[in-house]
Design a protein around this ligand. Structure first.
Ligand SMILES: NC(=O)c1ccc[n+]([C@@H]2O[C@H](COP(=O)([O-])OP(=O)(O)OC[C@H]3O[C@@H](n4cnc5c(N)ncnc54)[C@H](O)[C@@H]3O)[C@@H](O)[C@H]2O)c1
Length: 316
């Protein structure tokens, strides 16, 4: 059974999520090795870590001391053995593919000690399934960060059917050391909690768009200002109590039957994917983007997220 007082973390995969995960952990004085198989990805990750610290420092979410400790304690490597040797905790942020993740976990067990925890940042693959290839499934756990990982303060801690209590305890402790909120996912259901709720919203939003009930801009406006804004202060279950369960009962009695419950992917998405209109990365998706405007757009969203976080935490 793993016992873990995390001193050294290996973050495996330096794409979208890895650098932000690594930078966050290193800023708390924990040694981090960020590993990827591609040199160009690792080079880009160095820049991303720098920008992450600058952004957080500028917004007052990190101290100079934390940023300095982070830069000192974070190393980058293309050598898997070097990354894993002596690590107490491994977090994989490699592609969302069962075979790739299982093959990594199988290999990882050869390189780490008996006590090392193996955590996956999978967005929804059941942890029990991932751990099937491991000799010690008790050390395998889900640690699901939200994007951008250095801003969104919740991390889902997902217990697989064979995950040990000690693994859950050590993972929760690590999340708390990062000043983040651990959310216990007690049953290993696909998509866990965050993505199940998010995908329910997205399915209905796409259905409304497909049925021409409102434009894409207006659907997003109502979700941002009518739902999201409110939900950042009061959760949906708390909201039910405020609205009155009798009111919900009356509305849900006729509305639930009309909501989209299709198990198929929306025709809009199938069509766009077939045409190669994949969103920001191709300049066109549900909206259109000029490539020279994208960095400013992303920066603006980051700034707004940080402003909202400040307002919410200061208002506590
Ligand atoms: N992108 C998001 O918004 C987001 C949010 C939450 C969770 N996740 C989850 O995090 C994981 C990573 O997602 P991402 O978007 O960062 O992926 P990504 O494709 O941007 O990055 C994956 C990286 O892993 C590297 N890699 C592949 N195989 C490897 C191996 N065997 N060893 C080391 N490195 C390897 C690749 O070179 C790549 O740089 C996925 O499971 C995803 O579902 C993603």
């Amino acid at each position: 059974m793993p016992e873990n007082d995390t001193q050294i973390v290996a973050v495996v995969g330096a794409g979208t999520m890895g650098p932000g995960v690594a930078a966050t952990i290193a800023s708390r004085g924990i040694k981090v090795r960020l590993y990827d198989i591609k040199p160009e990805v690792l080079d880009r990750a160095r820049g991303t870590v720098e920008t992450t610290y600058e952004t957080l420092l500028g917004a007052g979410f990190l101290t100079q001391d934390q940023a300095a400790r982070g830069k000192e304690g974070l190393t980058f490597t293309l050598d898997e053995k070097e990354a894993m040797e002596g690590a107490d905790f491994v977090i994989e942020t490699i592609p969302e593919d069962l075979e790739i993740k299982q093959s990594f976990l199988r290999q990882a067990e050869q390189l780490v000690s008996e006590k090392t925890i193996l955590a996956s940042n999978t967005s929804g693959i059941p942890i029990t399934k991932l751990s099937e290839v491991c000799r010690q499934p008790g050390r395998v756990i889900g640690m699901h960060w939200s994007n951008p990982p250095f801003i969104i303060p919740v991390i889902e801690v997902i217990r697989g059917a064979k995950t040990d209590d000690a693994t859950v305890k050590a993972t929760r402790e690590l999340v708390k050391r990062l000043d983040m909120i651990p959310v216990d996912v007690l049953r290993d259901v696909p998509g866990f909690v965050e993505n199940r709720i998010l995908y329910a919203i997205m399915r209905e939003a796409l259905h409304l768009l497909d049925q021409k009930v409102a434009s894409a801009e207006d659907i997003d406006a109502i979700v941002k200002w009518g739902i999201g804004y409110k939900l950042s202060v009061i959760g949906p279950l708390e909201l039910l109590d405020v609205a009155g369960l009798d009111i919900y009962h009356s509305v849900a009695s006729y509305l639930n039957a009309d909501l989209n419950a299709s198990s198929e992917v929306s025709p809009i998405i199938r069509d766009k994917v077939a045409k190669g209109e994949l969103g920001i990365k191709t300049g066109k998706g549900l909206f259109e983007y000029q490539s020279d405007e994208i960095p400013a757009l992303m920066k603006r969203r980051m700034r707004l997220l940080l402003n909202a976080k400040r307002a919410l935490t200061e208002g506590e």
